[in-house]
Each structure stands twice: as structure tokens, then as C-alpha cells.
Design a protein around this ligand. Structure first.
Ligand SMILES: NC(=O)c1ccc[n+]([C@@H]2O[C@H](COP(=O)([O-])OP(=O)(O)OC[C@H]3O[C@@H](n4cnc5c(N)ncnc54)[C@H](O)[C@@H]3O)[C@@H](O)[C@H]2O)c1
Length: 353
């Protein structure tokens, strides 16, 4: 599907569009001539991040609300970000994660079928791979073994499998994008990452360097990697947003299901990230070293070839320095507070109010 210059732009339902990656994709949709209709329960997203289309406050577990949203806005396709994302919490509350991430996705697919909406882009994750059967530093291809190391990863893999089965059964066309580490922020400073609690390395390192957060803990310095810390693949959130547009508009036959890695293909170590943040802030990141976290593989780096071949997508803004510069601009931006759900948890901003 392509956006045409008609009086009313084609509407795309963006579940979780008040969250980090969803808000960036809503902006990209708007810029490409689509109307992003956000469906979000605001459990971790924020009203302040919904700027490019209407917000429907609703829960994925409420199928009637999903059906109504699709019908009211005459939605032609869905990008499905909504869900629970904290890996640690998924171990404590696996039932809740299955209910929202898998049950909620079933509701969405049923509502789409009822309303004749046949196109889906789904937020999957590198968490579907776990360590699998590959070599410790091997780049990951989509066909690699799937061995999720957490209930969170289990729910992403289960949702993918259920979507793919519904493609075969009902002619739905879907692309699952397996993100590696989303990072950075829109260069406008209007939207960015504001998870609560924040568990991602770059915002935690920035907060530590700015003196706004706790000293950073590096989990493990004895991995079999060049500097002993874990290697991860950071992809700029605006590159991620562009991958969603490509997945939405790529020509695929009815009933096709594709799973595609979204990563830069470059492994960056935790120590390299800490150094990059120190350079950008102009102050060293206070940090200590703790034990490895259970299930943390030494390396999670995408083989990005499939994204290039199928979607014509390549990352353009995913150098570590650009990611960190944009993340820092966001943390210093006046909009940072508005992008957070609970103002009581807002960290100090060095920007004028
Ligand atoms: N951030 C990453 O690095 C990363 C990596 C891999 C995969 N993902 C996936 O990408 C998606 C978006 O992640 P994010 O980082 O933007 O997270 P986020 O928490 O910022 O966004 C998730 C959004 O979903 C909403 N939501 C949660 N439960 C809901 C429900 N029951 N009904 C309606 N809305 C609900 C939240 O309010 C929030 O706005 C998630 O599915 C996540 O699993 C993220």
C-alpha cells in the first residue's frame, strides 16, 4: 500500500503509538502521508508523545475497543507495538505477559479479520533467538535457532507463530520486525525514550553522566568478547521507524508472512557505549561492575541482509555517536518531561523550562 494525495490520508492503526518506538513511527507515517491512529492504554506510554493523529485510549485485551477503532477510522493497515516489554518483570509475571502480548495480539487479529484489514507489521524482538545454537560471536540470521531466554521472548515468538498461522489460514499479509536494541531519539527533541523504569543502557548511562541517575552497573566484564563486556546491536529509532514504513508498503502476496531482523549489523560493547556517552556529555559515566545477568548472551548482533533484500532498508543514522548525540539532546529537551508518564519521576533537565 502507498499513501496517495487524497483528501483523507489512509489511516494506519498504531497500537502502542504513545510509547517510544510507536511515537517515532507515527511521526514517520505522518511525514509519508498516512494518518497514524494511536491505540494505547497509556500504561507506559504518554499522551504528550501523541502528536500526529488521534489517540484512542484502550486496552488490547478489550477486543470491542479494537474493532471500534478500526471501524471508526476506516483503518487500512495496522502496526502493532503495544505490549509489555520488561524482560525482568516477565519472569515475575509470565501470565500477564502472555495475556497482553499473546492474548492481546489474538484480539487484534480477530478484530482485523472482522473489519477486513489485511495488512500487519508486528514488533518482534531479537529476544526470540536467545543464545540458540550459534557460535558466541556469530551474527544472527532470521533462520537461526529460536531459544528465548525469558517469558518476554517466549511471548514474542508465540505471537509471531500465531500471526504466521493466521496468514496461511486467512490470507493476512504480515511482516514481523525483530528489533535489536532500539536507541536514540528524533533529532527534533520532541519525542524520545522515556521508559519507567528505564532498563536500557544508553539512557541510564546518560543519566549517570549527567548526575541525574544512579551510577551505572556493567553486568559482567568477563565475557569472551574483545573487551570482556557484552556486544549489542544498536539501531537508531528513526531508522527503525523507516523500517516500519518499508514493511508496510513492500509488495507482498496475500497470505505472506516475513520475519526480518532490524539492526545495524555492528556489535558495540557496553564499554564502547559508556565511552561514547562520556565523550558526548563531556563527563565520565560513573559506573561499577556487577555479576553477569542470567541468560545474557555475550553477543546479540543482527545479520541485516534480509532487511536490505526484502525491504530495501538500510540504517542511515545508527552510528553510536549519532545515536548518543540524539539521545542526549532529548534528555536535555523541554519536551522530555512531557514525554514521561509520571512527572514525579521526571529527571532534572538541563534545558530551560
Ligand atoms: N525498545 C526496544 O529496544 C525493543 C526491542 C525489541 C522489541 N521491542 C518491542 O517494540 C514494542 C515497542 O517498544 P517500546 O520500547 O516503544 O515500548 P514502550 O513501553 O515505550 O511502548 C509500548 C506501548 O504499549 C502500550 N501498551 C502496553 N500494554 C498495552 C495494552 N494492554 N493495551 C494498549 N496499549 C498497551 C504502552 O502504554 C506503551 O505506550 C514492544 O512490543 C516491544 O516489545 C522493543
Amino acid at each position: 500500500m502507498a499513501a496517495m494525495s487524497t483528501a483523507s490520508p489512509p489511516a494506519v492503526l498504531v497500537t502502542g503509538g504513545a510509547g517510544y518506538i510507536g511515537a517515532h513511527t507515527a511521526k514517520a507515517l505522518h511525514e509519508q502521508g498516512f494518518l497514524p491512529v494511536v491505540f494505547d492504554d497509556l500504561s507506559s506510554g504518554s499522551r504528550g508523545s501523541v502528536r500526529w493523529g488521534p489517540l484512542i485510549e484502550g486496552d488490547l485485551r478489550d477486543r470491542g475497543a479494537l474493532t471500534e477503532a478500526l471501524a471508526t477510522h476506516r483503518v487500512s493497515a495496522v502496526i502493532h507495538f503495544a505490549g509489555l516489554i520488561e524482560v525482568g518483570r516477565s519472569t515475575a509475571k509470565p501470565d500477564l505477559f502472555w495475556e497482553v502480548n499473546v492474548g492481546g495480539t489474538i484480539n487484534l487479529l480477530t478484530a482485523m479479520r472482522e473489519q477486513g484489514v489485511g495488512r500487519l507489521v508486528f514488533s518482534s524482538s531479537a529476544a526470540v533467538y536467545g543464545q540458540g545454537g550459534r557460535g558466541p560471536l556469530e551474527a544472527i540470521v532470521e533462520t537461526a535457532d529460536k531459544a528465548p531466554a525469558s517469558p518476554y521472548g517466549d511471548t514474542k515468538l508465540a505471537a509471531e507463530r500465531m500471526i504466521s498461522a493466521q496468514c496461511r489460514a486467512y490470507g493476512l499479509t504480515a511482516v514481523a520486525l525483530r528489533y535489536f536494541n532500539a536507541a536514540g531519539a528524533d533529532p527534533s527533541g520532541l519525542i524520545g525514550e522515556a521508559h519507567e523504569p528505564e532498563t536500557h543502557l544508553i539512557p541510564l548511562a546518560i543519566a549517570a553522566a549527567l548526575g541525574d541517575g544512579k551510577p551505572l552497573t556493567i553486568f559482567g566484564q568477563d565475557f569472551d568478547t574483545p573487551d570482556g563486556t557484552c556486544l549489542r546491536d544498536y539501531v537508531h529509532v528513526t531508522d527503525l521507524a523507516a523500517a516500519h514504513l518499508a514493511a508496510l508498503t513492500v509488495e507482498l502476496p496475500a497470505g505472506a508472512f516475513e520475519a526480518v531482523n532490524v539492526g545495524s549489523g555492528e556489535g558495540r560493547s557496553v564499554s564502547q557505549v559508556v565511552e561514547a556517552v562520556g565523550r558526548a556529555v563531556g563527563a565520565a559515566v560513573p559506573h561499577g561492575v556487577g555479576p553477569r545477568r542470567a541468560g545474557d548472551p555475550p553477543s546479540l548482533v543482527a545479520d541485516p541482509r534480509r532487511g536490505r533484500e526484502l525491504l530495501g532498508w538500510t540504517p542511515r543514522h545508527s552510528s553510536l555517536d549519532e545515536i548518543v548525540a540524539d539521545a542526549l539532546r532529548w534528555e536535555r529537551s523541554p519536551a522530555y518531561g512531557a514525554g514521561r508518564r509520571d512527572p514525579a519521576n521526571r529527571r532534572k533537565s538541563s534545558a530551560p523550562a
